[in-house]
Design a protein around this ligand. Structure first.
Ligand SMILES: Nc1ncnc2c1ncn2[C@@H]1O[C@H](COP(=O)(O)OP(=O)(O)OP(=O)(O)O)[C@@H](O)[C@H]1O
Length: 259
């Protein structure tokens, strides 16, 4: 899936909330098909960075450019609101920690998946329904639940439905904010397995925010460790976890291993 050009280029990105640092001077490139984990303790700036990258929040300074499907590079913060919304509906996905933030809780599971297809111009009811059934199956939700509303689903099912809703339009980049966050450990493990399979099969690029190093280990090839809004270490996930170089990463890794 790797090509000779990145998908996203981020340079010196900073976000301040008044005088408080959200994230500061973050630079990296993300390649097609690459999964980058952003880890760090609570308050380290992970969510701020993710929200800036997905244009839900405007940074204070710095740039981020994205290579569109037609190969043109676009500055994310100079796009019109309509262009950004189009990108979010088509080429990007956003998986929230709380599925209720990424689903419409009072329409059926099938419609939750189908309406993303309609948003990209699909109008054929039969095709939309068939894709919805197919995607529900891929995330292990039975066809018999297609007309149920997500509020009748368990937390794990809701999260799987949110993933189906995001992936049905074949995005190239998915942002994930603690995707297994609020779930039981056994449900987490199954969801992680499923996510890993889908990301690999679809050749998706993803930026996954997590405080859980096991999630980073399972899902990502590369890792960025943040502390107080700044990146303190970045590298291949296995290298960072097996041979952490920054003192803060060493602390993070050893504190997890002791648990
Ligand atoms: N809307 C806001 N207004 C003011 N300060 C904020 C706001 N959002 C975040 N911050 C501050 O920015 C810093 C980074 O917060 P952020 O939520 O990005 O961290 P995080 O690593 O995602 O934490 P968590 O894992 O707890 O979600 C913190 O000091 C936080 O208090």
């Amino acid at each position: 899936m790797m090509t000779d050009e990145p998908l996203l280029r981020v340079s010196a990105l900073s976000k301040f909330y008044g005088s408080r640092i959200g994230c500061e001077d973050v630079s990296f490139e993300l390649w097609p098909g690459e999964v980058l984990a952003v880890v760090g303790e609570s308050g380290s700036g992970k969510t701020t960075l993710l929200n800036c990258l997905s244009t839900r929040l405007l940074p204070t300074s710095g740039t981020a450019s994205y290579r569109m499907r037609d190969e043109t590079w676009r500055d994310l913060y100079r796009m019109s609101e309509a262009e950004r919304r189009f990108l979010m509906r088509t080429d990007w996905g956003f998986v929230h920690q709380n599925p209720a933030d990424g689903l419409r809780m009072t329409v059926s599971a099938g419609a939750n998946v189908g309406e993303r297809l309609m948003a990209v111009g699909d109008r054929h009811y039969g095709n939309i329904r068939a894709s919805a059934v197919d995607w529900l199956g891929r995330v292990e939700i039975g066809e018999d639940r297609i007309d149920d509303e997500p509020r009748a689903f368990s937390g794990g099912m809701r999260q799987r439905l949110q993933i189906a809703r995001n992936l049905v339009t074949s995005p190239r980049l998915v942002f994930m904010d603690e995707p297994t966050g609020g779930l039981d450990v056994s449900v987490q493990a199954r969801l992680l397995d499923l996510l890993r399979g889908l990301v690999t099969d679809l050749g998706l690029a993803a930026i996954v925010v997590t405080h859980d190093l096991a999630v980073a280990r399972l899902l990502s090839q590369r890792m960025m460790v943040m502390k107080d809004g700044r990146v303190v270490e970045t590298g291949l996930t296995d290298r960072v976890l097996d041979d952490p170089r920054a003192p803060y990463t060493q602390l993070l890794v050893s504190s997890i291993l002791q648990v």
